[in-house]
Write a protein that binds this ligand. Sequence first.
Ligand code: ADP
Ligand code: ASP
Ligand code: MG
Length: 451
Amino acid sequence: MITVMKFGGTSVGSAEAIQRVANIIINTKGDKVVVASAMSGITNFLVGVVDNPTQDVDEVVKAFADKHIMAAEQMFDGEIMAEFRKEFDKRLASFREAIMSDPNDAYYKDLVTSQGERFSTLMLSFYLKKMGHESIALTAETAGIAAVGLPLSGSADLVATANGMTMKVRPLLSKGIIPVITGFYGIKDGAPLTFGRGGSDYSAAVVANALDADMLEIWTDVDGFMTADPRIIKDAIKIEEMTFGEAAELAYFGAKVLHPRTIEPVRIKRIPLKVRNSFRPEEPGTLIHSLRKKGKGLLKSVATKNDLAILTISSAEIAYKPEMVAQIINKIAENNIIIYSISTSLSTVAILLGNDDVTTVIRRLNEFSNGEIERIDVNNGVSLVCCVGDDLLSRCGVTGDIFTAVKDVGANVEMISEGASEVSLNFVVPMNMVMDVVASLHAKYISGDAQ
Ligand code: ADP
Ligand code: ASP
Ligand code: MG
């Protein structure tokens, strides 16, 4: 039995947290493969380093080293500390080299921001050794995690990763060694390519896929996948079970507890996933698998994605010009921009995308010859609300019920996407209303009586 266990930033954020996590690992039966994020705050610090290139390199390296050494000193001393320092100093030298490498390289930000994971995994692995368990700290390079794609938005090459890990990781398991692997990035052409912020969840799913694991556990700082973001909805409740499809939709549309792409690598191999709280390991967490268990409410969970924009492109009778619609989509695709929703009418195409992508898309649309596009309207500052529930599409009147809750708070629905997924109903509201909308939906159809 192989369990892949992923620990997020807060779960490895201090000496105390690392010690807690090590106990969780040790108390898990069977073969274990660990994937860890950087200590909390470290990746943000590294993003700051890239964004402010004038900072003094020595100061940056010192601040980075201090944070880790402070935690290490609370865990190690004597011989084990000396051994740790040797490894640590090697990695620190590579960290310095990374910062000082060519900032104009397209993958420079991937190289620098992925450094934190190399240090958290080293500490966790050494602590396991201190506790008398054989362990080895692997990087994506030494574990064989292969990536493809553009800077800051890589995907794993699942086949190459499976081959790499079969050679490099499997043999360790048969010897009873616990590998502790860096999350967040894979290797493309010999250099790091990150999977997007929060990407260690995805790394762990990729590792589970590569090793044909029996279980993937995502250990975080909340009791499980909840009915809404607990930072917005104070009475959000933990969900006991969900399907892969439900979790995938919610993660894609903003439920930060899982990186948007975590589900696919495990779904295709039917590897069950649990979301658990490393601060309360006695809690069973949320089980995500292929079996559907009906809840009692109309909705199971609500997620939101902020900072989106609706771009409405007007062109006379565009509905009769499918080639033009295809060209519009192609131009957006060429820039690797995600379209969150799309709807058409006789003379307009409305596209939902990230606020940050609007300028690029308008620039690309200006490539159409004069007059082909009559107008482009931008409505930025909107949010998408993703509602997941049982039988949303087949149950009569559900849409009406949901929009009643939206109307109750006086929010205008700017765009609707229903029917694209079996499990979700998505719609767009002004960003300044989104919290009220979620609170109203949650009170009415999740925590309240109106079910
Ligand atoms: P980690 O560092 O462990 O990867 P993250 O901060 O990335 O943790 O994700 C966990 C956080 O996700 C929680 O602390 C919570 O605030 C937030 N979150 C948003 N939506 C949900 C949800 N539906 N269920 C649980 N947590 C959620
Ligand atoms: N450390 C990375 C980040 O902060 C990856 C992760 O935490 O999953 O985005
Ligand atoms: Mg995360």
